[in-house]
Design a binder for this molecule. Structure first.
Ligand code: ATR
Length: 279
């Protein structure tokens, strides 16, 4: 029987996940379908009950449900629980178990380009769900420092306070981050600033960037944000959000099928859908 997979979110029309996973199911000859489902917050519990009743093999959860879903699941893995957000659910013998592949997906994207994942001085810009997943995942590896800068300072402070792993961390304002930018060798932009249609915006100044810094932006629309363009002009190596998107999807696919998929194929497929070439 055809296996059912889904992604729940609000909005959901923009999600790349259905195209990405349906292509993989066809490529690996797996009889399955992956559908986008528009779910408002007030019916999230009903949606989970519905998927459970239909015997869905697994599903993704996206904005704004990644934290709210937790009480409706039968179990949550330790990292996802610490992050406080689930983006992937696996039906394990009738039990719905939640995982987070956003943070681990980001780590894999660094490993792909040979960038070290430990002993680094890191600045994370933003303190939303994506920042939290990336912060907790990176903090598991020995780091010299992970600072977080956010428009709402208290949210950055909260992440620093809640980190269960020992790491030197300071919460900063966006202005402070602009002033201290030369301190870091890895900078990760996780806010929506610079996303289409407001492509001229960027969250902090990079004028003091030091040489040999690696700058990531988890935005993939546009592929080449104002922030990444400035970082490249200042001599940084840059990486956009396509790799993180692909690797979080690849890790979810692996949890559902046991197959770690061809990420180059996923990358090419996503780029074709986005209508661009990678930076
Ligand atoms: P996600 O779960 O995708 O990370 P989110 O939880 O809505 O999304 O977080 C969005 C992040 O972008 C937050 O850090 C937010 O800053 P605030 O905590 O101050 O809201 C940041 N952000 C959104 N719009 C911004 C803007 N115009 N300027 C600066 N930061 C912004």
């Amino acid at each position: 029987m055809k296996k059912l997979f889904a992604v729940l979110g609000d909005p959901i029309a923009h999600s790349m996940s259905p195209a990405m996973h349906n292509d993989l199911f066809a490529y690996y000859h797996i009889d399955a379908v992956y559908v986008p489902v528009h779910v408002k917050a007030e019916v999230l519990e009903d949606a989970v009950k519905g998927l459970r009743a239909m015997g869905a093999a697994g599903f993704n959860v996206t904005v704004p449900h990644k934290s709210a879903i937790i009480p409706f699941l039968d179990g949550v893995d330790e990292l996802a629980l610490r992050i406080g957000a689930v983006n992937t659910v696996v039906n394990e013998n009738g039990k719905l178990i939640g995982y987070n592949t956003d943070g681990p997906g980001f780590i894999k994207s660094l490993q792909k380009i040979g960038s070290p994942v430990s002993n680094r001085k890191i600045l994370i810009i933003g303190a939303g769900g994506a920042a939290r997943a990336i912060y907790f995942s990176l903090a598991q590896y020995q780091q010299e420092e992970i600072d977080i800068a956010n428009r709402t300072f208290e949210k950055a402070q909260k992440i620093v306070q809640e980190c269960p792993f020992p790491v030197s961390s300071t919460a900063l304002s966006l202005n402070e981050a602009s002033q201290r930018v030369e301190n870091y060798d890895l900078i990760i932009q996780t806010t929506k600033v610079g996303m289409f249609p407001k492509v001229q915006e960027q969250p902090i100044e990079l004028l003091k960037l030091k040489n040999q810094v690696h700058v990531c932006d988890i935005i993939y629309n546009p592929l080449y944000t104002q922030f990444l363009q400035e970082a490249e002009r200042m001599g940084a190596t840059i990486q956009n959000g396509v790799d993180t998107l692909v690797f979080q999807g690849a890790l979810a696919f692996e949890k559902w099928t046991g197959i770690f998929p061809d990420v180059q194929r996923m990358n090419d497929h996503v780029l074709k859908l986005l209508g661009g070439t990678e930076c």
